[in-house]
Design a protein around this ligand. Structure first.
Ligand code: SF4
Ligand code: SF4
Ligand code: FES
Length: 319
């Protein structure tokens, strides 16, 4: 079987093919295969790995365009996923600068983590003598996020990062901000929430790729939604993102249908939308926006039930 590995020597990127016998990859993990290649074919191949136990987060790579934690990926399952091919393509995780072969630069991500201040400052009521306790329920709210091993799979899959990383942070950074902001022992959630808002909280495009590929089952997309809820509750509603969310809800309560015309006007205002008339015309031409919707929409069937659900969700979130 052929393993085509994307390599980078500091100057140029190229692909190198390594052939392994079935006995060399059968019953192994993807990381064992990489080690086998390094030990028996090419000592110059670079990649990172440490724990071999899905704990350190160092061994994430892409196979056929998707991110995997190499030490936690069994070759049998991987090959089955791709219908037992005779070739696999291995590359470094995406949306990181490549340093060498499969090794990427984590410094910018660590800088982003620093921005959201991932350590908590405990409330004044806690002390070294009394401890810093929380209830099981309070712990459960953030326990999943503690599982993050900083492997980068979510960032590698993130469509927003790929489109424009200049105003956004890696999905796992928001997960750590959620963990700190929702920690019942934290004196001030704003310390974590505000830098999240300033660094792209409302820019997520909801593609859910981060949740799909996380080897620990964490949904950074949900954590982003949780931080947005906190921002709204705390009155941090400046900007297009919060206005868009409120316009969305208004449409659901009004008719149950999203009215693209009202949504745009309520989110960005009349002035901003005047400058985007060409986009509106293109959407109308493609049948994605109905100009008659300026007159309003009919209610969807079952609208009363939808409103009841929204009210129940509101009541539950106040509890
Ligand atoms: S849902 Fe948001 S954070 Fe997750 S991958 Fe998509 S754009 Fe990135
Ligand atoms: S959230 Fe999941 S995919 Fe992202 S870095 Fe943490 S463990 Fe890896
Ligand atoms: S080697 Fe540590 S997570 Fe894979």
């Amino acid at each position: 079987m052929k393993f085509i590995i994307q390599r980078f020597d500091g100057n140029k990127q190229f692909e190198q093919t390594y052939e392994l016998e079935k006995s060399e990859y059968e019953g192994k993990t993807l990381l064992s295969v990489l080690l086998r290649i390094k030990q028996t074919r090419d000592i110059t191949l670079n990649f990172t790995a440490s724990c071999r136990s899905a704990i350190c987060g160092a061994c994430a790579v892409r196979v056929n365009g998707h991110s995997y934690l190499a030490c936690d990926t069994k070759m049998e399952e991987l090959l089955k996923e791709y219908d037992n091919p005779d070739t696999l393509k291995i590359a470094p995780i995406k949306n990181f600068r490549v340093i060498s072969d499969l090794v990427v630069d984590w410094e910018p991500s660590i800088e982003n983590l620093r921005k959201i201040k991932p350590t908590i400052v405990a409330k004044d009521e806690f002390s070294p003598e009394k401890g810093c306790k929380q209830t099981q329920e309070e712990f459960d709210r953030i326990s999943k996020q503690w599982d993050c091993i900083l492997c980068g799979c979510c960032a590698s899959e993130c469509n927003k990062l790929e489109a424009d990383a200049s105003d956004y942070m890696e999905p796992f950074v928001f997960t750590h901000a959620f963990r700190a902001a929702y920690d019942s022992r934290s004196k001030d959630p704003m310390i974590h929430l505000k830098p999240s808002i300033d660094n792209g909280l409302w820019m997520c495009v909801h593609c859910q790729e981060c949740a799909d590929r996380c080897p620990k089952g964490i949904s950074a997309a949900d954590d982003i939604a949780g931080l947005r809820v906190m921002a709204m509750r705390k009155g941090l509603k400046d900007g297009t993102g919060p206005a868009h969310a409120e316009a969305f809800l208004l449409d659901l309560e009004d008719t149950g249908r999203l009215n693209e015309i009202y949504l745009a006007l309520r989110s960005e205002g009349v002035l901003a939308n005047t400058a985007k008339m060409d986009i509106a015309f293109n959407l109308m031409k493609a049948g994605k926006m109905n100009p008659l919707h300026i007159l309003g929409d009919e209610k969807i069937e079952g609208h009363d039930d939808l409103v009841k659900m929204i009210e129940a969700a509101r009541a539950a979130s106040k509890e």
